[in-house]
Design a protein around this ligand. Structure first.
Ligand code: HEC
Length: 152
């Protein structure tokens, strides 16, 4: 790749970041990523509701986590095999690491196909109705985090 292409790409990247930051400041809950691997603090300042988080994980119009993950949700017949099985994930990852993956897994792995559930700019492959919106609200993110934390 030539130096000129690189410079153009860098400029494009800077612009995207600036837009995303503005939107975050204006309308979205602020969050802090620590060491690129964790969001230790709740987006709402409160703990979420694990029972509602489980429902959101099943709901195809919300989390739809089952599309890609095997989860301990026996009443649902379809479990996807795209991502790792989530049973036991709370033993592998801290609460903050789980939250970061739900907010925006691309911070950990830019190439992941896992959608960013709390991001509204620069989303690719999103349904029209999600344009300009996050896929989950801050409170819904916390409910899903609370549920995933129970998967020891
Ligand atoms: C389109 C597929 C897809 C969907 C939908 C999806 N994920 Fe993922 N997820 C992945 C993939 C693939 C990974 C593996 C990590 C990577 O790609 O970087 C992953 C990784 C994870 C991890 C880390 C697992 C580990 O062992 O490190 C967690 C936690 C997680 N997902 C939770 C969720 C939750 C909760 C939802 C629903 C709100 C969800 N995912 C929806 C594809 C998906």
């Amino acid at each position: 790749m030539g130096a000129k292409t690189k410079a153009i790409m860098a400029a494009g990247f800077a612009l995207t970041v600036a837009i995303a930051t503005n939107a975050t400041a204006a309308e979205m809950a602020m969050y802090k990523v620590v060491k690129g691997e964790s969001i230790p603090k709740s987006l709402t300042g409160k703990a979420g509701d694990p029972a509602n988080g489980r429902k959101l994980a099943i709901d195809r119009k919300k989390g739809n986590c089952l599309a890609c993950h095997v989860m301990p949700i026996p009443e649902q017949s379809f479990h996807g095999l795209v991502g790792p099985e989530l049973k036991g994930v709370a033993g592998r990852l801290s609460e903050g690491e789980i939250r970061l993956r739900i907010v925006n897994s691309k911070i950990v792995n830019p190439d992941t196909i896992m959608p960013a559930f709390y991001k509204k700019d620069g989303l690719t492959r999103v349904l029209k109705k999600f344009k300009g919106k996050t896929m989950l609200s801050a409170a819904e993110v916390e409910d899903v985090v609370a549920y995933v934390k129970t998967l020891k």
